[in-house]
Design a binder for this molecule. Sequence first.
Ligand code: HPA
Ligand code: ZN
Length: 340
Amino acid sequence: MPDQPHLLIDRLPKCELHIHIEGSLEPELMFALAQRNKVKLPFASVEEVRKAYQFSQLQDFLDIYYQGMSVLITEQDFFDLAWAYLERARADNVRYVEMFFDPQGHTSRGVAFATVVGGLHRACQEAAARLGIRASLIMCFLRHLSEAEAEATLDQAQAHRSRIIGVGLDSSEKGHPPSKFRTVYRRAREMGLHLVAHAGEEGPPEYVWEALDVLGVERVDHGNRSLEDDSLVARLARERMPLTVCPLSNLKLCVVRDLRRHPLRRMMDKGLTVTVNSDDPAYFGGYVGDNYRAVQQALGLGRDELIAVARNGFLAAFMPEDERKKALTEFDAAVAALGR
Ligand code: HPA
Ligand code: ZN
């Protein structure tokens, strides 16, 4: 066993199930694409962009995140964005990725749905061949927009059904409960899509209940505020409902004041199926490995806890059962090879 937790973290095979691909746009690539596409940015330099990344709540981040994605115009841009992320994931020993994308952030600017999906899908395919990573796409609806707009987005997705494995719900949580999207989720389920939603990041436990009971989600993204409701915690534990937790995001968006107060360990102690993810790594100061290291250090997670969290990723992933069995066997073999 590597006696350094950091070595163990490096070597553990990982999944990433909560990454907004537009949130992996590093300032350097933002500037390169702005130049390539002749888009004007309100920042003079990479340093100036990084300095602007000070947030006191989710909305502060979202304002700058939607502005940043304005440089993404062509299919190649979307490929380059996803490829840069996938190379970083490979360096973190990530084997399996489900990436979120926000089609409405692009179609609202006149970029075709097909352009977005085309570039992202090509990167996912190349990742299997060149990086040994299985990657797929989850399309998110922007919850500050109407359900009718989400439905129009689902209509556009029909032509690309085979390239999308599920739908999610992101953007401004407060005031936009999951129940606002009841009908579009029912339709997505009828299309055979997997269902997830952000809930309990800033919103109350009631939003997590709604995500479960009204939308019928199979995983909850974030879910931090579930801990305020004991009967909700019991339900999540009983159903082994995975939570995709994002520690550095929580810190940057002031969902937690200090990583030492992060609820991840409490979640584990209550029997919840927690996974560790990066959310928007270019904005929140770290990729998935950085998130593992940060939370390990802050909470003093031990070897068995780190292994359990990484293994949960493979339990929570939307892969066919035969593939999951194989992935878990490989995971257990990789852990055994590390020794004690
Ligand atoms: N929360 C909600 N919406 C988002 C996020 C997030 O952390 N990142 C990108 N869209
Ligand atoms: Zn998110």
